[in-house]
Design a protein around this ligand. Structure first.
Ligand code: ADP
Ligand code: TRP
Length: 323
């Protein structure tokens, strides 16, 4: 069973990305043949400063290593280090009906949010299909928002198989692995934590910065003595995801009885976050101190990924009469 997923380097990773995605990547790398990559070609749709993109790619690669992705167990690479991706993307785009892309919610949403209606953004799902089909992936762990992109990937693969692979299918059809049961991590304003809402807590901010950020969590003006409903409070929701079980039970009881203020919960949440990522922070510092090791991981990942990619691309090229 081959697992594959990608994450865009469009900013520092936040704790929502960790619980919603990376923790699962780490869990899956032990069970299976796993490929994970930093989707820098996709990030071109939103990051337009070359130095910044370079920085984000390097940051995200180091973050993934620090959080436990192990290059001995998973193939860890950067999307643009595998130029075969772009070539396959053209083969796929040649058989993709406009209508499939026109109905894509994420394109419409991004244009509505103010991103220019460029062709790269429109063709984003085809590039994503190339990412997935190029590695014969069986299972693609993604958040719910990626469901439609996975459907398009399957549709494009089937269409290519119908056009060119009548005798022998060219592409394997991947299954999405939608991480539904995973908690939606609330952000500082109580909405879903997301870069686009500016309500994130970055995993690798300095501990002092994390403690300070948590203090900004928006709360109501219920007095300390008054009982509060823990289930209705996003601050408690976040605390519950990161604090130790005994602490969660104690704080929950005091919410219901009254006698705990939001200030105390914020302080304890700050400590819980700092503690949760303490080991990863140390590992990260090690990687940062040894850029040559990061470069070696990146080069080795590219080599392994390209070997797999080349074979699939050759199959696709032969099927449609190239070369
Ligand atoms: P953002 O919304 O900050 O731009 P992305 O869309 O790049 O984040 O998300 C990357 C991965 O992290 C996806 O798999 C997504 O499902 C997961 N993720 C992002 N935000 C959250 C959240 N608040 N809770 C749980 N998972 C999240
Ligand atoms: N579009 C995905 C996201 O925004 C990132 C991505 C790019 C991806 N290529 C992929 C995810 C291939 C899974 C498989 O989260």
């Amino acid at each position: 069973m081959r697992i594959l997923s990608g994450i865009q380097p469009s900013g520092a990773l936040h704790i929502g990305n960790y619980l919603g995605a990376i923790r699962q990547y780490v869990a899956l790398q032990d069970a299976d043949d796993a490929y994970y990559f930093v989707a820098d070609l996709h990030a071109l749709t939103s990051v337009r400063d070359a130095a910044l993109l370079r920085q984000y790619v390097s940051d995200v690669l180091i973050d993934l290593l620090a959080l436990g992705l192990d290059p001995e167990r998973a193939v860890l690479f950067v999307q643009s280090d595998v130029p075969e991706t772009v070539e396959l993307s053209w083969l796929l785009t040649s058989v993709t009906p406009m209508g499939w892309l026109e109905k894509c919610v994420s394109y419409k949403e991004k244009v509505q949010q103010g991103l220019p209606a460029e062709h790269g953004l429109f063709a984003y799902p085809v590039l994503q299909a190339a990412d997935i089909l190029l590695y014969d992936a069986d299972l693609v762990p993604v958040g719910r928002d990626q469901k439609q992109h996975l459907e398009i990937t399957r549709d494009v693969a089937e269409r290519f198989n119908n056009v060119y692979g009548k005798k022998k299918p060219v592409f394997r059809l991947p299954e999405p692995y939608i991480l539904d049961s995973v908690a939606v991590v609330p952000g500082l304003d109580g909405r879903k934590m997301s870069k686009s809402y500016g309500n994130t807590i970055e995993i690798f901010d300095e501990p002092a910065a994390i403690r300070k950020k948590v203090k900004k969590f928006v709360t109501d003006s219920t007095p300390v003595e008054a009982p509060k409903d823990p289930d209705a409070d996003p601050l408690f929701g976040l605390f519950k995801l990161f604090a130790a079980k005994a602490d969660v039970a104690e704080v929950e009881r005091r919410y219901r009885e009254g006698g705990i203020g939001y200030g105390e919960v914020k302080t304890r949440l700050g400590e819980a976050l700092v503690a949760t990522f303490a080991e990863a922070r140390e590992r990260r510092a090690e990687w940062v101190a040894h850029p040559e090791r990061v470069a070696a991981v990146r080069a080795a990942g590219a080599e392994k990924a390209r070997a797999t990619a080349r074979a699939v691309l050759d199959r696709a090229r032969a099927a449609c009469g190239l070369g």
